[in-house]
Design a protein around this ligand. Structure first.
Ligand SMILES: [Zn+2]
Length: 481
């Protein structure tokens, strides 16, 4: 996720009081003593337990896997059918879930009811729940949390089939991941999202009111996603397109942790990425972006990042340029962009970098937002030659050396972007300099392979860097470890 920068921020600054990261990336802030990390590590603001099994850190370089770790063969399988009509989306999701730990409930997150979209009129209701053929009554203790009790405790390794009927009303005017305007509708994290993490259990972390994510989900097989819309409109969605008869388009994906759908009268263009991966861009009617130029820029970023981290991990990359959004939001194999955010702006490169950092190598975004945002900003900064300038940006005192703080710490604080994105990128750049660029790049490439398709924790980064103690020390100093 990335806030709008450049012209959009100048125009909209008054409406974005929390937009601390809003200046153009190409204009470095003057050098400031406050940008230098303090040698004293502050108390960790993240006392919560790790969301996954934490590997023991010993010493020595781990063997580098030859390729990405494959997705878990027992990962959840999602089949969904939905229909879009203006602001209204009606759908059914069917999930086959095989827990690796015993559980007495199922937990889904309803991110369409998070504070930002909710404030713009977003609403999601789950109207029917059937588990293994039996109707269940869920509880909804908070707007984004749906708890479904099971008849008894389900042992590890036993498949549970759950079917949910749901209704989504899209917000209007939200600078966020869901919205509708004119004939265009878009919703990322709009479907109920199973919140299981292998080795840890249910992720029930609080929602955030920031321009940020708090979602956590492991990869699933998207066996079939059917999207029905009015004739004449196009559909852009996560995964490869299997069919489209003009009313219903069907998509599927091997291993994704979330879903984006956008429908509308898009001007579209395609560009060839590396290794035969295609970039498809749709620009909503009335917006100024040139879809061919956006597609070329995203394909360029895909080439740069894949050379650094590994092959692009999805079937293709689709991007929808939509109204009301000021910045960009990442989903596996799919991106939402605001108008004017891809050309001459870091947002396109940033969101493409998330396909590795968030998409392929996952994290609990509520507890450790730096695991995706610092790495995506670092990748974007290396790509655009702006990384060194990030190190000179001042960081407010409450954010200094708190790269590893959770979203609950940043709630109500204005320095989230500056402290986690920019300071986090500066931290990784400093770690790279301390360890040597070639050794650091190699360690991150191996880290991506080792942790592909997983939900990682900060200790996983530490393990992957343990043969580079100077880099680990930098991450400790900045409060990331
Ligand atoms: Zn981001």
């Amino acid at each position: 996720m990335r806030r709008a920068r450049g012209w959009a921020v100048l125009v909209l600054a008054a409406a974005l009081p929390a937009c601390s990261g809003g200046e153009p990336a190409a204009r470095p802030a003057p050098p400031s003593a406050s940008a230098s990390p303090s040698p004293v590590r502050p108390p960790s603001p993240t006392p919560s337990p790790s969301p996954a099994v934490t590997p023991a850190v010993t010493s020595g370089r781990l063997p580098c896997p030859p390729a990405y770790a494959p997705p878990d063969p027992a990962r959840p399988v999602l089949t969904a059918e939905l229909s879009v009509d203006g602001r209204a989306v009606v759908g059914t999701s069917r999930v086959v879930f095989t827990p690796d730990l015993p559980t007495g409930e199922l937990v889904f997150r309803l991110w369409a009811a998070a504070p930002r979209p909710r404030a713009a009129g977003s609403r999601i209701d789950v109207t029917r729940v059937v588990v293994n053929g039996v109707t269940r009554t869920p509880r909804r203790p908070s707007p984004t949390l749906l708890r479904i009790p099971l008849a008894g405790r389900t042992p590890a390794g036993t498949a549970v089939t759950v079917e949910l009927d749901w209704r989504l009303r899209l917000p209007v005017g939200a600078n966020d991941r869901l919205g509708a305007r004119g004939s265009t509708a878009w919703f990322g994290s709009g479907l109920p999202l199973l919140a299981w993490v292998r080795g840890a259990g249910w992720a029930t972390d609080p929602e955030t009111a920031q321009f940020a994510e708090a979602a956590t989900s492991e990869v699933m097989e998207l066996r079939s996603l059917s999207v029905t819309r009015a004739p004449g409109l196009a559909v852009l969605a996560t995964g490869e397109q299997v069919s489209d008869d003009g009313r219903t388009a069907v998509f599927r994906a091997r291993a994704v942790r979330d879903v984006l759908v956008a429908t509308g009268a898009f001007r579209t263009s395609r560009a060839a990425g590396p290794a035969g991966k295609e970039v498809l861009v749709g620009v909503s009617r009335g917006l100024r972006d040139d879809p061919a130029a956006v597609a070329r820029e995203l394909a360029r970023a895909m080439r740069v990042h894949s050379a650094r981290f590994g092959v692009f991990p999805y079937e293709r990359l689709v991007a929808a340029v939509v109204p009301d959004l000021r910045g960009g939001v990442e989903f596996p194999g799919a991106i939402l962009l605001g108008d004017g955010q891809a050309i001459g702006d870091p947002t396109g490169s940033h969101e493409v970098a998330h396909e590795w950092w968030y998409g392929l190598v996952g994290a609990n975004q509520a507890r450790s937002p730096w695991l995706d945002e610092a790495f995506a900003t670092y990748a974007e900064g290396l790509d655009r030659g702006t990384a060194a300038a990030y190190a000179r940006r001042p960081v407010p005192a409450h954010g200094r050396n708190r790269v590893g703080a959770p979203m609950s710490y940043w709630e109500g604080r204005s320095a989230y972007s500056r402290s986690v994105y920019t300071q986090g990128a500066a931290m990784l750049l400093a770690a790279r300099a301390a360890a040597g660029a070639a050794a650091f790049d190699d360690a991150l490439r191996c880290h991506v392979r080792r942790n592909a398709h997983r939900v990682t924790v900060p200790a996983d980064v530490e393990v992957s860097l343990r043969h580079l103690p100077a880099a680990v020390e930098v991450l400790r100093r900045y409060g990331a470890l």
